[in-house]
Design a protein around this ligand. Structure first.
Ligand code: BGC
Length: 905
């Protein structure tokens, strides 16, 4: 049978990317085998400068010839030197295990940006007389404190001709803090809040647009600039623009239209704007035709050149509006005031359509909560005013949605004169980094499914070109702790490859010469150097996760020296391998407190030091640096010994005295060392027993952990053989737990285990407790990578509690991976899908001690080795409650029957 063509072609982990700025981009694709044990035995890639040759089988830039199958998941381009600002077409075919060639895949393309460092030295421009607002005087919104100084939005434009028909016209645009790029009267593309956030001292990101089809003989390039994060508070200047339009004509001639002092600037209808503050849009000040060619901009002022950072390509999924939600309900708590409930907590804004007289105003405020009288409770927004104002121009229906702000909300309050202003559609727009969905999970327990959905909603609300902590209050920062605790769940659920490549670069650029990292990246708050080690662990943790899930070795090599520098910093900070000085937050937000009350911060700091040294060892080993890896292992052993000497008592870590005679086992302090196997063998059972005592007896099957302990507690219980306890904890509906949040109406996850509604740290859309979702995938559905890039896969579901079924499907870099199980009293059925070329260890849960296992209806366990081998399985015997097999690719259907004889009957 002819193998199916490869699918899902990507370049640098992105589909059809524009602005590729490496001269050796990596290409990747997926194949599907047609039979069990199938594996690709070779590939053939063609890269061409025109779609035609790629279609006819000629790769004028690269004809790879036979490529070994082992080169996946990322195949480095090795053809003729690529040109900047050019489009390339490519396709691939593959050879299956029988040596049969697939047809060519469909043609994919990528467009290069500027390949050589410094090839585009952008000239940044801005406006001379920036209108700033600093005080409440000219800000009429909200009751909260005044926002930090911001500028009114800046409008820039210039006309340019196109001399003849263009074959390729590319626009490279970066506007700090955020910008909207328009050409000939319309917005180009669907990016919002663009470009992604970075430390603007180091770099800005440019977005690449293909505008070939938009060019006319006379053109107008136009940009609106907002403040975003490019604000004085963070040490940056007023908004500024870097733009370059490269036009290649049919004749081969080229034109370059770049930002310079020939651009004209003005203020316009969009005035005050700030991420936290909101927007003030005065439609009376609109300038019809300002973005069309021929507009008379003679009374606009010339742009001025300003200093700016280097620009690099934004090679990540953009922030977009991904969903539009109608309100589920609305009510009027006071005359002229309407509150809309959009049904779930989200990041974004409200789009409105209204009709009314000129000068009429519509005010919008946003909140996660309402009070008992149905009014907005804006207290959790803290100093974020989160309010938008629209002033009508009158004369017909008008539509408005913000551009340069976003809010975290479920409820929006609209205030307008009910006698004169008629409301049309009022809709919520869900806005976040538009990462592709790559995983799905569901099970028979509705509460677990509900937690999963809340995690997804919370995760997406907290991807805004960086991982954020929350979308509603005046933070929304890249808190590294929150980022790494959610990262594993994120890579299961979404294709985070390109997103994290960008974020790891943000982290790398934040490593100071002394090796220290801040708690928040990009480091907008420099006072946050040096970080709590439990936060800065994000660097090696996310790096290693990316390697495990996406198999990207180049990424490891790029970051290794900086991870080392960071760990040297920790090493210097440690005293006798114990880190006593750097901890600030530790096991943050345990029940009843923001700060950890039971878990010593020195314990969590030192544990993360140990954890990160282990990871550095693995990273070094993956890069073939075995001597360095061994020295990391030695250092880890020393840290582990010091950790035990410092924190391990008779039979538990960091015991807390409850009374004179009894001590109180702390869940986090005991779970962390168990998780990394640090506990001396002779004490392991007692430590585990104490942990269980806390979970089961003292806390009645509730978590008593902050964000750090929560991320590993359920794993530790399951590995220790207490899956039933883990199940009870996760399905609790009483305080504290995920189920309690849901009982209390949560549609995302909270920052605190408590339901708090005041003006304090109690966001209702935090993602750091979302780490539980990774455990759903790994333990309930049973999927995890055993080798980087999912080349070897573990399928090991754990039926537990009252669960009767679960399933997860993952689009991994190796192909589609699936685990789906169901059980009755006497049987367990497991279906597993392993992609072509990958291998798996499949652990089939046994319903009882004397169980037999069938696959495709044939007995394979126990004592059925020969039969198993004919089905492509190598039986490895029993391990606890599972029958274990090694397998190649394919789809497997197991059935385990209790009390069955060796023939399976
Ligand atoms: C953030 C957290 C963060 C913490 C660190 C908070 O304000 O919202 O999620 O990790 O500070 O202390």
């Amino acid at each position: 049978m002819t193998p199916a063509p490869a699918r899902n072609l990507k370049c640098e982990s992105l589909v059809e990317p524009l602005g590729v700025d490496t001269s050796t981009p990596r290409l990747s694709w997926r194949v599907e085998g047609s039979r069990r044990g199938d594996r690709p035995t070779g590939y053939h890639v063609l890269v061409a400068s025109a779609a035609e040759p790629a279609l006819t089988g000629i790769g004028d830039f690269w004809d790879s010839g036979p490529l070994e199958a082992g080169t996946l998941p990322l195949v480095e381009y090795q053809g003729e030197p690529l040109r900047s600002c050019a489009r390339y077409f490519w396709r691939v075919r593959w050879r299956d295990g029988d040596g049969i060639l697939s047809p060519w895949s469909p043609v994919a393309s990528f467009v290069t940006g500027f390949l050589a460092a410094g090839e585009w030295k952008p000239r940044w421009v801005s406006r001379k007389d920036i209108r700033e607002f600093t005080a409440r005087g000219n800000v009429t919104l909200g009751e909260a404190r005044s926002p930090s100084p911001q500028a009114h939005a800046i409008y820039l434009r210039r006309d340019f001709p196109a001399r003849e028909k263009a074959v390729l016209a590319l626009a490279f645009v970066s506007g700090l803090g955020c910008c909207e790029f328009r050409l000939n009267g319309g917005k180009v593309g669907d990016r919002v809040l663009d470009p992604g956030w970075t430390d603007y001292r180091k770099r800005a990101l440019y977005s690449t647009y293909d505008v070939t089809g938009l060019l006319r003989p006379e053109n107008a390039a136009a940009v609106i600039l907002g403040n975003g994060r490019h604000v004085k508070d963070y040490g940056y200047g007023p908004p500024m623009l870097a733009c370059r339009i490269e036009v290649e004509y049919e004749s081969g001639d080229r034109d370059i239209i770049a930002s310079d002092e020939s651009w004209r600037t003005s203020h316009g209808p969009l005035r005050e704007n700030g991420l936290y503050f909101g927007e003030r849009y005065d439609a009376r000040l609109e300038m019809p035709g300002w973005d069309l060619p021929g507009f008379d901009a003679s009374d606009w002022t010339r742009a001025v050149t300003v200093q700016g950072p280097p620009a690099v390509s934004q090679m990540m999924p953009p922030v977009r509006v991904t969903e539009t939600l109608k309100p589920e309900k609305s009510w009027s708590p006071a005359p002229g005031v309407r509150v809309f409930d959009f049904g779930r907590n989200l990041s974004g804004w409200v789009r409105l359509s209204v009709q009314g007289p000129r000068d009429a105003e519509v005010r919008l405020r946003h909140a996660e909560l309402v009070d008992e009288a149905g009014g907005l409770n804006v207290a959790p927004n803290e100093n974020a005013e989160a309010a938008d104002l629209y002033v009508l121009k009158g004369g017909g229906p008008e539509a408005y949605e913000p551009r340069f702000t976003y809010h975290g909300f479920r409820y929006a309050e609209l205030t307008a004169d009910p006698d004169t202003v008629a409301l049309g559609d009022i809709e919520a727009r869900f806005v976040h980094s538009d990462v592709a969905v790559s995983g799905s999970f569901r099970c028979s327990d509705p509460l677990i499914d509900r937690i999963h959905r809340n995690v997804l909603q919370g995760q997406l609300s907290n991807l805004m070109s960086i991982p954020t902590d929350c979308p509603q209050r005046d933070e929304r920062h890249g808190w590294l702790g929150d980022a790494h605790l959610a990262a594993e769940e994120a890579v299961f659920n979404f294709d985070m490859a390109a997103f994290f490549v960008k974020y790891l670069e943000d982290i790398r650029l934040a490593v100071r010469d002394d090796g220290s990292l801040p708690d928040v990246v990009p480091p907008y708050l420099p006072r946050l150097y040096p970080a709590d080690p439990a936060w800065s662990s994000a660097y090696p943790t996310i790096l290693w996760l990316c390697y495990e899930h996406y198999g990207d070795t180049r990424l490891l090599a790029r970051h290794l020296p900086y991870v080392k520098r960071y760990l040297d910093f920790l090493g210097r900070a440690a005293e006798g391998h114990i880190i006593r000085t750097l901890g600030k937050y530790g096991d943050w937000c345990p029940p009843g407190s923001i700060v950890p009350k039971k878990t010593p911060v020195e314990l969590t700091s030192t544990w993360y030091y140990y954890h990160d040294v282990l990871l550095l060892g693995r990273i070094s080993r993956a890069l073939g640096r075995n001597e360095e890896a061994r020295s990391c292992d030695r250092l880890a052993a020393e840290i582990g010994a010091a950790f035990n000497a410092a924190f391990l008592g008779e039979d538990q870590y960091a015991a807390h005295r409850m009374s004179r005679i009894d001590t109180y086992p702390d869940q986090t302090s005991n779970a962390l060392p168990l998780f990394l196997d640090m506990v001396p063998l002779d004490k392991k059972d007692r430590v585990l027993g104490n942990l269980l005592r806390s979970v089961a007896r003292i806390q009645d099957y509730h978590v008593d952990t902050g964000i750090l302990g929560t991320s590993i507690l359920l794993d530790v219980l399951c590995r220790g053989g207490f899956a039933e306890a883990a199940f009870r904890v996760v399905t609790r509906r009483s305080y504290p737990g995920w189920g309690y949040m849901i009982e209390e109406g949560a549609t995302t996850l909270w920052e605190r285990w408590e339901k708090l509604t005041g003006n304090a740290m109690n966001s209702h859309n935090h993602i750091m407790l979302g780490s539980v979702d990774a455990w759903f995938y790994r333990t309930i559905a049973g999927l995890s990578p055993l080798e980087p890039g999912w080349k070897r896969i573990l399928v090991k579901p754990t039926p537990m509690g009252t669960l009767t079924s679960a399933e997860a499907t993952l689009e991994t870099v190796a192909g589609r991976v699936r685990s789906s199980w169901a059980r009755s009293e006497a049987s367990v059925w497991l279906e597993a899908t392993i992609p072509a070329g990958a291998e798996a260890r499949i652990c089939v849960p046994l319903p009882g001690p004397e169980s037999a296992v069938l696959e495709s209806g044939k007995p394979v366990f126990p004592e059925a080795e020969a039969a198993a081998r004919t089905l492509g399985l190598v039986p490895l015997g029993k391990d606890g409650d599972w029958a274990v097999f090694d397998a190649g690719s394919g789809r497997f259907a197991f059935e385990a029957r209790a009390g069955a004889g060796p023939d399976g009957l």
